[in-house]
Design a protein around this ligand. Structure first.
Ligand code: SF4
Length: 289
């Protein structure tokens, strides 16, 4: 069941007197776009699916003479990127879930993704009623907002308690977020009981690569130009030819750059993209060079 926070949306539209609003929806919420017609005078929907709070196409404001951008399904980043007036986040809570997974370890670190912010405490109580000690996650670092919340690129809430727990359960359905938590070195599962695996990156290929591409994301929260510059300098010192590419629509065309290895100074999810293989996220690469 998906609920738009209709009253909150109405209140913002009326207080700010918004008329034209660029609306970003996660793919699963797009079928409900028509519901927003009732509370926003002139909503303009974006066709690209929106995966996070990193994704706010500020350039569309001017282009379509809009007063605001509404990002649905995510929460305002605690630190980075900082957006100005006119950018609003509306969380969408998924309710009616009742997971029954009980991990075998005793001290469970519990973190969640944004759509389960209102249900993860219920799951905590379930684990405790089954004899587990639950340690809630700490504060996020930059992209997430709330205590115990993580995103694929910001797992600080889990990292801050890694020494206090035997393993983690991530209140999420897929494995992308849980895999990022598994990289902290403790067993990790999503709350359906699927075991996560830390992403593995083919670093050996980077060391033999002659031509390296550094991909910088074009979205405000997927752009790491400083890290990109640093990695470029370090690789050039190692004798590699490095090119910088900006963009976030990745198709087979990117292979025309004919690089031997991609470094992702963008969303870490792109390191799993078939067209960017072999590759690794920039923060991972910086640990090795
Ligand atoms: S993991 Fe990627 S899509 Fe998710 S918030 Fe971070 S940059 Fe955005």
């Amino acid at each position: 069941m998906i609920d738009f926070p209709i009253d909150d949306i109405k209140a913002v539209v009326s207080e700010k007197k918004y008329h034209t609003v660029i609306c970003l929806l996660p793919a699963g919420v797009m079928p409900h776009a028509v519901d927003l017609r009732e509370v926003i005078p002139n909503p303009i929907f974006v066709s690209n699916p929106c995966y996070g709070a990193c994704d706010v196409p500020l350039e569309l404001l001017k282009k379509y003479d809009a007063e605001a951008i509404f990002n649905f399904g995510h929460s305002e980043p605690i630190k980075f990127p900082k957006y100005g007036d006119g950018v609003h986040f509306f969380e969408i809570q998924v309710r009616g879930r009742n997971p029954k997974f009980i991990p075998s370890f005793s001290k469970v670190g519990l973190v969640y993704v944004i759509q389960f912010r209102e249900t993860y405490m219920q799951y905590k109580e379930f684990l405790e009623s089954n004899g587990k000690t639950v340690v809630l996650g700490g504060s996020p670092e930059f992209m997430a907002t709330h205590q115990s919340q993580i995103t694929g690129c910001d797992v600080e809430a889990a990292k801050s308690i890694v020494g206090d727990v035997d393993g983690f359960v991530v209140c999420s359905d897929g494995l992308f977020h849980a895999n990022a938590v598994a990289a902290l070195g403790k067993p990790a599962f999503n709350w359906n009981g699927d075991e996560a695996k830390a992403p593995k990156f083919p670093m050996a290929v980077l060391f033999t690569a002659k031509k390296v591409g550094v991909l910088i994301g074009a979205k405000p929260g997927q752009s790491y130009p400083k890290e990109a510059e640093l990695v470029k300098k370090k690789l050039e010192k190692l004798g590699k030819t490095v090119i910088t590419v900006v963009g976030d629509t990745i198709t087979n065309e990117i292979n025309n750059f004919q690089v031997d290895f991609w470094i992702i100074a963008s969303c870490p999810r792109l390191a799993e993209d078939e067209y960017l293989s072999p590759s690794a996220p920039v923060k991972e690469v910086l640990k090795y060079i």
